[in-house]
Design a protein around this ligand. Structure first.
Ligand SMILES: Nc1ncnc2c1ncn2[C@@H]1O[C@H](COP(=O)(O)OP(=O)(O)O)[C@@H](O)[C@H]1O
Ligand SMILES: [Mg+2]
Length: 227
């Protein structure tokens, strides 16, 4: 298992293989035919005045994904960009309430979010996702679902010891006490992206600086206009 990207402290090697062996679900239904709409994604994008895309934030618990998602949405919204945040804990209250944190459930969690993010992208929005999404293969599956350039993988990079000091939700303390099994970084692996589109070093820069870094990327890629 690799270390965290960049400045991250190395995680201990774990006995578990990391990626779940659970196969991606097969198409179950037969006799289904795609029904095309009358309005295209390009037309929706023209109406919106910007392109659709997904900014996929990945990183340890407490690395700053949710905080940056909120700062980024605010920065985009003030520029007139239509956005939507998909946040791990929120989605687990609804769409994914039947999923836990086993490798197979984590894979299914990310598969569903990937499909939802793809729908938002097709709707011409900038979707911002904030999920640990610890498995490289799961994130790569989402990338493969989308058109080239639509999936912007952003490593929210923060050393484990700093995430643990922040311990926003008191989860690290519980995980260290053995009260939370399969906790990413402690008793479950985190596979950092090898070639993310962006890396945000949250031990060194503010959430607003991270949001500005993502915004600059979106402008450079002509996903949103330069004002
Ligand atoms: N530079 C920074 N970038 C992002 N978050 C930061 C930064 N410095 C401190 N924090 C704090 O770290 C915590 C990150 O928590 P959160 O955004 O919920 O992380 P995650 O969603 O990745 O689990 C917040 O309390 C935030 O205020
Ligand atoms: Mg969060």
């Amino acid at each position: 298992m690799p270390s965290l990207g960049g400045s991250g402290k190395r995680l201990p090697l774990l006995a578990s293989p990391g990626k779940s062996d659970a196969p991606m679900p097969e198409q179950k239904a037969t006799n289904i035919v795609w029904h095309a709409g009358a309005v295209t994604r390009e037309e929706r994008e023209r109406l919106n005045g910007h392109r659709g895309a997904v900014v996929w934030l990945t990183g340890l618990s407490g690395s700053g994904k949710s905080t940056i998602a909120v700062a980024l949405e605010k920065a985009l919204w003030t520029r007139g960009v239509r956005t939507y945040i998909l946040d791990g804990d929120n989605i687990r209250h609804g769409l994914n309430k039947n999923l836990g944190f086993s490798p197979a459930d984590r894979t299914e969690n990310i598969r569903r979010i990937g499909e939802v993010a793809k729908l938002f992208t097709d709707a011409g929005l900038v979707a911002v996702t904030a999920f640990i999404s610890p498995y490289r293969a799961d994130r790569d599956q989402v990338r493969a679902l989308m058109r080239p350039g639509d999936f912007i993988e952003v490593l929210v990079d923060c050393p484990l010891d700093i995430c643990e000091q922040r311990d926003v939700k008191g989860l690290y303390q519980k995980a260290r006490a053995g009260q939370i099994p399969e906790f990413t970084g402690i008793s479950a692996p985190y596979e950092a992206p090898l070639t993310p589109e962006l890396t945000l070093r949250t031990a060194e820069q503010s959430p607003e600086e991270s949001a500005a870094q993502v915004l600059a990327y979106l402008v450079a890629r002509v996903i949103v206009s330069s004002r």
